[in-house]
Design a protein around this ligand. Structure first.
Ligand SMILES: [Zn+2]
Length: 305
């Protein structure tokens, strides 16, 4: 009887967290030292833990991409979402949102677009505020996130705040407290509830993408109390996802564009390796192929196609 040597996973959940690196084991500057659930506490020059919860794997991934200077968000995220070394093309690392050149790279090579063209059900799960849907033609004039261009390139739907109540999407700040404080009528979620909603959502898609960036903001603030809050919040969210999801069927991974939160002694990004973690029965071979940010898109494509 014919038997396939390699069993491919059916689904992939990609969790992108801005500004998470692997830094020193120093509680004075690294909020990851305050980990409660033993998921995010990985350090440089420290023997890797044999196992992390839910049989996960952790890896140091290069974010510098052979380009001088500190890695930045626009180029790093473009590299993650396309597999192209945007920093090299740009000639330097670019912060903030993608410029015209990077937008063009994403619009042509977006991972979401490539998956859709190959018949895969790809889904960007973040919901957008009403202001985004009022942009109309102005969408070409304003600068948007790399993930937004990735989704535009694929001509996939954008989710609105109504999708929170319908549990079809989640806000970037997944507890909705920021939205609520701004006067939007949305339910407040615990990290556990948000994690479970996200895990359930993945059942309907081959590939699901979620983006969180308050980790980078906390890193820039150099506020240890806020940094530790982020660590506890994210660990609770990740634990809920991993409890809920079927790891036999789904590969879950977390990636980041550059270091920041792991070193609050500086308000800038760090040259540290970016944090990469993966769970599921294909996690080991998947992780082996990922050494720098440009390896992520081609490895997902190989995994799913
Ligand atoms: Zn930043």
């Amino acid at each position: 009887m014919f038997c396939r040597a390699k069993i491919r996973v059916m689904k992939v959940l990609m969790l992108f967290f801005d500004g998470l690196g692997i830094g020193e084991n120093d509680p004075e500057k690294n909020p990851f030292c305050a980990s409660k659930q033993n998921i995010l506490n990985h350090f440089l020059n420290t023997p890797r833990k044999q196992t992390i919860p839910f049989d996960g794997i952790v890896k140091e991934v290069d974010a510098c991409l052979d380009v001088e200077g500190l890695p930045q968000s626009a180029t790093g995220q473009t590299a993650i979402l396309t597999g192209i070394n945007a920093s090299k093309i740009q000639g330097h690392h670019l912060s903030g949102f993608p410029n015209k050149k990077l937008q063009e790279i994403i619009l042509e090579h977006s991972l979401l677009k490539q998956l859709k063209e190959k018949g895969k059900r790809a889904h960007f799960v973040n919901v957008y505020r009403p202001i985004f849907f009022k942009l109309g033609d102005k969408i070409k004039k304003v600068k948007l996130s790399a993930t937004t261009y990735g989704n535009l390139a694929a001509d996939l739907p954008f989710l609105s705040l109504n999708d929170i109540k319908a549990e079809k999407g989640i806000y970037q700040e997944f507890t909705n407290q920021i939205l609520n404080a701004r006067g939007y009528d949305v339910p407040i979620f615990t990290p556990e509830r948000a994690g479970k909603i996200l895990a359930k959502l993945t059942n309907s898609y081959d590939f699901t993408l979620y983006e969180y960036f308050l980790t980078d903001k906390a890193g820039h603030s150099r506020d240890m109390e806020q940094g530790i809050k982020e660590v506890h919040k994210i660990e609770a969210f990740l634990t809920a996802i991993l409890e809920e999801i079927d790891l036999e069927e789904t590969l879950v991974f977390l990636c980041s564009d550059h270091g920041n939160l792991e070193d609050l002694s500086t308000k800038s990004h760090t040259p540290n390796p970016s944090l990469f973690m993966a769970w599921g029965k294909e996690a080991q071979p998947f992780t082996e192929k990922i050494n720098n940010l440009t390896d992520i898109t081609p490895t997902i494509l190989k995994q799913l196609l």
